[in-house]
Design a protein around this ligand. Structure first.
Ligand code: SF4
Ligand code: SF4
Length: 417
């Protein structure tokens, strides 16, 4: 692994990454897109780029552009809606290639297959377009200083640090641990896989983990974010949920505003998602709809009222309760991974990914030592046989129902005002 100090910072040069901050007034463009058909995608993306002032406002001839997809490991076919759909990325790349920019597409993925990008279709797409596709674990990482709430330094993939422009292509999904995964969380993939596991081990509370995600995001804020919400994922995302047709593409230069809008589409208020709240508090973008201009479709017209959330929705409680009580409630809401032995194929993926080594193989099936589990849910994320289900304590389930009722009532009241 390549390591060096953040040389620009050491030399006192202005931080190139800091110049990527969003403009004062944030525009989020929402466009309907019925399918991953090339015509539908092309029309929607052209509408979006026009509304954002044209691609030339972001990408110049010869710019080194890094396109961050949400790929996730292990690789999966696009119809499972775990990853940014390769057809969506293909159309973005096609439009970008007209700009004369030097394009690199990538993510940090873990795969037993020699080429983790083949099953997902990414290898075929990038080969066809002649675009460089990289697994970040093979390109080296650079040590960078972080002036964060949690992190003081971290390691960022070299193609990301070297890029003049970062274009972020998140997928609209729920997340069993972070509640929602969008533009901010997608940048978590630019650090090494092993470090991600270490952070999961170290920052076990959702709020602290989310501060860490925002620390990371502050190092690599993208200039443009285009979210694949044509088919999202509901329920227990980011990998074990169900595909859900949403029929939208959302885009913004401000990742925070984009996440705030996307969260609303699936029924969350801005204050429900820690990463959005913290990034807004640190002025890394805005989640305040008085400062967001929504163009294209009206937000209230595209809300998916039956979008199923993950079982850790706790937004209702966090503002009102003393911290001791809130910590207790969070405990009750914790999701506990449980192996379905009949479905387990003993592939050992969960064993090797578990940060505290809490999983072992027992009689040809995985077995979790609950006393060592830190509830990072990495095992649930990686199991491709859906052999790990998540359970919740009875009080947790009850509280969650209360939260759902509260959200429905709030949505009705918000519509009336
Ligand atoms: S639980 Fe899933 S990931 Fe773990 S060994 Fe069984 S099949 Fe593999
Ligand atoms: S058993 Fe699963 S949830 Fe628990 S620590 Fe290991 S990977 Fe994380």
């Amino acid at each position: 692994m390549f390591q060096e100090k953040n040389k620009k910072e050491a030399r006192g040069e202005p931080d190139a990454l800091a110049r990527r901050m969003p403009q004062a007034r944030s525009r989020v463009v929402i466009s309907r897109c019925a399918s991953y058909d090339r015509r539908d995608l092309s029309l929607a993306l052209r509408r979006i780029f026009d509304s954002l002032g044209g691609l030339s406002s972001v990408v110049k001839q010869g710019s080194r552009v890094f396109v961050k997809i949400n790929h996730l490991s292990p690789s999966s076919p696009p119809e499972r809606a775990i990853l940014t759909h390769p057809s969506f990325t293909r159309e973005v790349l096609q439009l970008l290639s007209d700009s004369g920019a030097e394009l690199t597409v990538g993510d940090d993925i873990y795969s037993r297959h020699p080429d983790g990008f083949s099953l997902s279709g990414y290898r075929a797409v990038c080969d066809e377009l002649g675009v460089r596709l990289v697994n970040l674990k093979e390109t080296g990482f650079v040590e960078v200083a972080v002036h964060g709430k949690v992190l003081k330094k971290t390691y960022i993939a070299r193609p990301v640090v070297d890029a003049d422009v970062i274009i972020n292509l998140p997928k609209l999904k729920t997340h069993s641990f972070a509640i929602f995964t969008g533009a901010i969380k997608n940048m978590y993939g630019v650090i090494p896989h092993g470090l991600r596991l270490a952070y999961h081990r170290r920052y076990v509370r959702n709020d602290v983990f989310s501060q860490m995600l925002v620390d990371l995001f502050s190092c690599v804020p993208p200039q443009l974010n285009i979210m694949d919400a044509v088919v999202g994922m509901e329920g227990e995302g980011p990998s074990a949920g169900k595909p859900k047709k949403v029929g939208l593409i959302l885009a913004s230069r401000d990742a925070v505003a984009l996440d705030a809008a996307a969260a609303r589409v699936i029924g969350y208020g801005s204050s429900a998602i820690y990463t959005t709240v913290f990034a807004d508090e640190r002025s890394l973008g805005t989640a305040d709809f008085r400062k967001i201009e929504v163009a294209g479709e009206r937000l209230e017209d595209v809300v998916v009222s039956d979008f199923r959330h993950s079982a850790v929705a706790v937004s209702f409680f966090k503002r009102w309760l003393p911290s001791v009580l809130y910590a207790y409630i969070q405990n009750q809401l914790t999701l506990i991974p449980e192996i379905r032995r009949v479905a387990c194929e003993a592939c050992l993926e969960c064993v090797s990914i578990c940060p505290p080594r809490a999983i072992s193989l027992l009689d040809d099936a995985a077995c979790i030592d609950e006393s060592n589990c830190i509830h990072c849910l990495c095992c649930h994320e990686i199991c491709q046989y859906q052999a790990i289900k998540l359970k919740q304590l009875p009080l947790g389930r009850l509280l969650r129902k209360g939260d759902a009722v509260f959200k429905k009532a709030s949505a009705i009241l918000n519509k009336r005002t």
